[in-house]
Design a protein around this ligand. Structure first.
Ligand SMILES: Nc1nc2c(c(=O)[nH]1)N[C@H]1C(S)=C(S)[C@@H](COP(=O)(O)OP(=O)(O)OC[C@H]3O[C@@H](n4cnc5c(=O)[nH]c(N)nc54)[C@H](O)[C@@H]3O)O[C@H]1N2
Ligand SMILES: Nc1nc2c(c(=O)[nH]1)N[C@H]1C(S)=C(S)[C@@H](COP(=O)(O)OP(=O)(O)OC[C@H]3O[C@@H](n4cnc5c(=O)[nH]c(N)nc54)[C@H](O)[C@@H]3O)O[C@H]1N2
Ligand code: SF4
Ligand SMILES: [Mo]
Length: 741
């Protein structure tokens, strides 16, 4: 498309809808939201929460002539206390990459993606999805969103799609990540509520990390652990001797997927030696006696046998938990990404409950979130749950939301969405024919890619909304919508400890890229449902709507009075109610944890013990596929599918360019595999090549591949937790052989 065409298009749109167009397309300064923040003078410094991981560090971005020139860290922010990891330091670099999507792209008759105007893109978007809905019903279009856009945009997307466009099925990449923790908390506590504050890292005596590698994945949380002055025991339960395991006081190199047997064995032992807090159990929980009965089959011996650990290691851990010290459990993807992850998360919740290790400093059953706004997505993405953690099935909830949003209640679907895996199945079955991906790279990160590629062929229309035109998903899209990224727009993220913090526009999005917020406004306009979103005029206006929506819920944030309040307080953890704010002499505590009063969110105020016998691995090893493939994060400088981190020269120097597989020296010797040689890794779904890295940190019989390289998910198997529907990314059976032998 020529510059003249673009200009003509802009003029046409301006004539068509002056105000909107002027703000959204014609005026490049409006690409994020409006101009730079009022408070920011052209040479100011702006505080902005980092857009990578869920730690939620605050960065100081320095502006010259209104443009971000560099950044430093924020020493007064209660999260990072002046620290940042390499990704944070390099956060501005990916914005200037040459493969940024700068105009909409539409696949032409010749099969190529061609630049088109926003008007043409919007027409294609509406025609594509409306035609499908007309032919096959409203349910034939679905969307997949993310934990990496601001909360206001997530809520807008979920509301636009569901209330405006009649879409019922929408999920997000948080299904790949946090669904297990969310489901476990909902069932056990009555609401999806990680209870801790980062201060608990510093105030705990015994920190037990399960399937978590914070040295790599949450480096600044790990720095908080390192500030602990209580001479803590740090236990890492992970099949691999990770960087975190090396830094711990004890590493339990458990056999993959045997954690549930370990925690039931520990629980049984604690009951047998009376190391339980019966007063807490009686006052605040239910189901304990059934749990004790269930535990009859478990002991430290069964735990040692199932996990491959020494009895002495297991009994030492039991002694630490029984010691009466402050014990905290921390888990991440080694737990959530499992076919029995929900029950596993609950087995740690059970241990915290039965020993009274919850609601007190340095305690808790604590799920660490992954993406910068995973928590925002859990509360406000309007995907499988209705805004605020409500239920689509509940007529009262629908009415409350309709009243607050001033929308006809009939606009709100009365059933929850299909989960991500079910959406993929529905595409395969031919019932979903249109898909809209926003800020997630399904064609790399989804499990069992071969199947996904096959399923994609069944879609009539695939729209990808991304910062880059070069992602694996954008490359196979029918329409690409160019989006502004972190640093080019305004809004809030909610971090792992439930802290709501602002992220700021410090840079102009390139070309015609627009903030997701503005893309949603354009869509609402072209779809013909803008009237419903009159009040959704700016991110802060939406933030105020979300504040109202939270009223009376566990995540009540009615005490927050707009963005200025967040700025002043250094982020605010939910809940923060209006009534709390209005108390005379009230001062907001910088660190707050949940359940200090022992009251949980079930109607009777009690937490539930939930348990179920361990099940075998969906794909055990055998003679043909003798290795367990573990997957996860490779380095602190790589982020997921690398669309952002690969754009920084600094970060790229810090990690291997090509895919690699870690193999134990014993196995390498047996297979005659030399360091740095090429090997072939094969599963029942595919075969890939990688460089062999020979390391004793993986156990014999296991291999590890980082998820950052696109080949990894060509191997993984479609297995899911039945309750959370989260993919079991972390274990499938493979064979490895030397390519040259
Ligand atoms: N640098 C960097 N940081 C990130 C990310 C990134 O891509 N790069 N991503 C962010 C996101 S979204 C997330 S969700 C987090 C993930 O953070 P983590 O969950 O800490 O990272 P992973 O490496 O995926 O998995 C953690 C560990 O689980 C172990 N594991 C595998 N199977 C089992 C098992 O059966 N039992 C036990 N106990 N452990 C097992 C693996 O060996 C691995 O070391 O990181 C966040 N931070
Ligand atoms: N084998 C294996 N697979 C895994 C995992 C594993 O451990 N093992 N982990 C899983 C987990 S925990 C996660 S969270 C997922 C992550 O999987 P994805 O969500 O697919 O990974 P990202 O690379 O973060 O993709 C985000 C996309 O959004 C784009 N983007 C960034 N910011 C913006 C924005 O503001 N607006 C728009 N529109 N686009 C933007 C980026 O360019 C990128 O293409 O991967 C999962 N996949
Ligand atoms: S630890 Fe996470 S939030 Fe902090 S700078 Fe690094 S990526 Fe950003
Ligand atoms: Mo994640």
């Amino acid at each position: 498309m020529s510059a003249l065409d673009i200009l003509k298009d802009q003029l046409r749109m301006r004539a068509f809808d002056g105000v909107l167009t002027e703000r959204l397309v014609q005026d490049p300064a409006a690409h994020g939201l409006g101009r730079l923040p009022q408070s920011a003078k052209p040479d100011a410094t702006v505080h902005s929460v980092c857009g990578y991981c869920a730690t939620g560090c605050s960065l100081k971005v320095h502006l010259q002539a209104g443009r971000a020139v560099n950044l430093s860290t924020h020493s007064d922010y209660p999260v990072n206390l002046g620290m940042a990891c390499p990704k944070g330091w390099e956060a501005l670099t990916p914005l200037a990459a040459s493969d940024r999507a700068t105009t909409p792209l539409l696949r032409g008759r010749d099969g190529e993606l061609e630049p088109v105007s926003w008007t043409a893109a919007m027409e294609a978007f509406c025609a594509g999805f409306k035609d499908i809905q007309k032919q096959h019903g409203a349910d034939a279009v679905a969307f997949l969103s993310t934990g990496q856009i601001v909360t206001e945009e997530m809520a807008f997307l979920g509301s636009l799609a569901k209330f405006g466009m009649g879409i019922v099925h929408g999920d997000g990449n948080t299904r790949q990540c946090m669904a297990t923790a969310a489901t476990a908390y909902k069932q056990s506590f009555g609401y999806d509520a990680p209870p801790y504050s980062y201060q608990d890292f510093e105030e705990s005596d015994v920190l037990i990390f399960v399937g978590a590698n914070p040295c790599i994945a949450h480096p600044i949380m790990w720095q908080r652990v390192m500030r602990n002055q209580r001479d803590p025991e740090i236990i890492v339960i992970d099949p691999r001797k990770t960087e975190t395991a090396m830094a711990a006081t004890q590493h339990l190199a458990i056999q993959p997927k045997s954690d549930l047997a370990l925690f039931y064995g520990l629980a049984a032992h604690l009951v047998s030696i009376d190391a339980v807090d019966l007063d807490f159990i009686a006052a605040h929980t239910e189901g304990y006696h059934d749990f004790v009965e269930f535990l009859a089959d478990y002991s430290l011996e069964t735990a040692a046998a199932a996990t491959g650990l020494d009895y002495a290691q297991v009994s030492r851990l039991a002694r630490l938990i029984a010691s009466g010290k402050r014990v905290s459990f921390w888990w991440t993807m080694g737990v959530n990404q499992s076919y029995e992850g929900t029950r596993l998360a609950q087995s740690m919740i059970n241990l915290a409950l039965m020993t009274g290790n919850i609601g007190k400093p340095g305690t808790g059953a604590n799920s660490i979130t992954g993406q910068c706004n995973a928590m925002g997505s859990r509360l406000f993405s309007n995907t499988t749950g209705l805004l605020g953690g409500r239920g689509f099935e509940c007529a009262e909830d629908r009415q409350t939301v309709a009243d607050i949003l001033d929308m006809p209640v009939e606009r709100i679907p009365d059933r929850p969405s299909l989960a991500y895996n079910e959406i993929i199945d529905a595409i395969d079955a031919g019932t979903i024919k249109g898909l809209w991906l926003v800020a997630t790279n399904t064609a790399h990160s989804w499990i069992n890619q071969k199947r996904f590629r096959r399923v994609r062929e069944k879609l009539d229309f695939l729209v990808v909304q991304d910062m880059y035109h070069s992602t694996e998903s954008a490359e196979i899209a029918d329409l690409v919508l160019p989006a502004a990224g972190w640093g080019e727009k305004e809004g809030v993220f909610i971090n792992s400890e439930r802290r709501i913090g602002r992220t700021r526009k410090v840079s102009q999005a390139p070309g015609q890229a627009l903030a997701d917020f503005h893309i949603f406004r354009l869509i609402a306009h072209h779809w013909g449902c803008a009237e419903l979103f009159k009040e959704w005029s700016s991110p802060e206006a939406v933030f105020r709507i979300l504040t109202r929506l939270s009223h009376g819920l566990p995540c009540d944030i009615t005490g927050i009075d707009g963005y200025a309040d967040l700025e002043r307080e250094g982020g605010i953890q939910w809940p923060f109610k209006k009534t709390e704010r209005e108390q005379p002499g009230h001062e907001l505590k910088a660190q707050r944890r949940l359940f200090e009063d022992g009251k949980f969110y079930h109607a009777n105020g009690r937490a539930k013990f939930i348990f179920e016998a361990p099940r075998p691995m969906p794909e055990p090893v055998n003679a043909d596929y003798p290795f367990i493939l573990l997957t996860g994060r490779g380095t602190s400088s790589q982020w997921h599918t690398q669309t952002r981190t690969s754009k920084s020269d600094v970060l790229r120097k810090l990690y291997p360019k090509n895919p690699y597989v870690e193999i134990n020296p014993e196995d390498a010797t047996a297979l005659n595999i030399k360091p740095n040689s090429k090997v072939c890794i094969r599963s029942r779904r595919g075969e890939v090549e990688a460089t062999a890295v020979i390391l004793a940190s993986v156990q014999p019989g296991q291999v590890f591949m980082p998820m950052h390289y696109r080949i990894t998910n060509h191997l993984t198997a479609s297995a899911f937790d039945p309750y959370s529907k989260q993919p079991s990314y972390k274990a499938c059976a493979v064979t490895v052989h030397n390519i040259h032998s």
